[in-house]
Design a protein around this ligand. Structure first.
Ligand SMILES: [Zn+2]
Length: 278
């Protein structure tokens, strides 16, 4: 009885691990898919970000230019004042020359400031436009993105359930079986348990199993491994219904009730149920 449970558990683990690895690979597939879906929105958001940074830089430049123009203006006023206080021609010429230089510099600054302000204005339009475009793109990708994320979180849930079930099944095993299973699984092998065939071969590699070992396997004595490929051998035939608990295949109750409907006597119904279970 214990052996039956052990082999059943090992097989269930095998199936659980296959499904876990399948789901993990499907989950991994979501990353490139999500990136692809989001790409148009990300690209526009990136452009918008860069344009905004450029705009800020231009505004900073414009403010610096403004401050510089103010300083020069103050200097021109001082020179103007000095001009009214000059005592000789030489001094007057010098002050006038400097004043002209300052004035030219102010004019150049003003010219530059005007150009810069025009660029600021154009960039503001561009930033607004890009913001609108990226908001539209973001809204467009959202439904598909949510769909994918929902799908992925469904898989995450299945994975959590399968992993929990795996832990439970592992606990049901003896230490030796658990170690054998984990070392097999850890080395990346999908098949850990195989049935002994009727003619005494390993159900995985079909290598012939020594007669004495065959007998012990058939009598459920001890843990036997195929000498050729190392799988754990069992005489139990592979059971068909998948024991994975995530999606109950169909309600057994309805089947059973049908059976009991067909069979007139309740004793027969019980007997057939018992034979289904064994
Ligand atoms: Zn084998």
């Amino acid at each position: 009885m214990t052996k039956t449970t052990t082999m059943g558990s090992l097989r269930e683990l095998q199936k659980l691990d296959r499904r876990i690895s399948e789901i993990r690979s499907r989950i991994r597939d979501f990353d490139p898919l999500l990136a692809e879906v989001e790409e148009p929105a990300l690209r526009l958001e990136d452009e918008h970000g860069k344009a905004s940074t450029r705009l800020e830089q231009m505004k900073t430049d414009a403010r610096r230019l403004e401050r510089s123009a103010e300083d020069k203006q103050a200097r021109a006023e001082k020179l103007d004042e000095r001009l009214s206080q000059v005592t000789n021609l030489r001094e007057e010429t010098a002050v006038k020359t400097e004043l002209e230089m300052v004035q030219r510099s102010i004019d150049a600054d003003e010219q530059e400031a005007m150009q810069l302000l025009e660029q600021v204005r154009q960039n503001e339009l561009l930033v607004d436009e890009l913001q609108e475009q990226s908001a539209t793109a973001r809204a467009e990708v959202l439904p598909r993105q949510e769909e994918l994320l929902d799908e992925r979180s469904g898989l995450d849930e299945s994975l959590a359930e399968l992993s929990a079930r795996r832990d439970t099944v592992l606990e049901m095993l003896g230490t030796r079986e658990r170690q054998v299973y984990e070392s097999f699984h850890g080395s990346g092998r999908a098949v850990v348990v195989a049935a002994l065939t009727e003619d005494g071969a390993c159900g995985h590699c079909f290598g012939i199993v020594p007669l004495q070992q065959q007998n012990e396997i058939r009598r459920d004595e001890g843990l036997h491994r195929c000498e050729a490929c190392g799988v754990i051998l069992t005489s139990e035939p592979e059971e068909e219904p998948d024991p994975v608990p995530v999606a109950p295949i169909e309600s057994e109750e309805s089947e059973e009730s049908e059976e009991s409907d067909e069979s007139a006597e309740p004793d027969d119904a019980e007997a057939s149920e018992a034979s289904v279970d064994s």
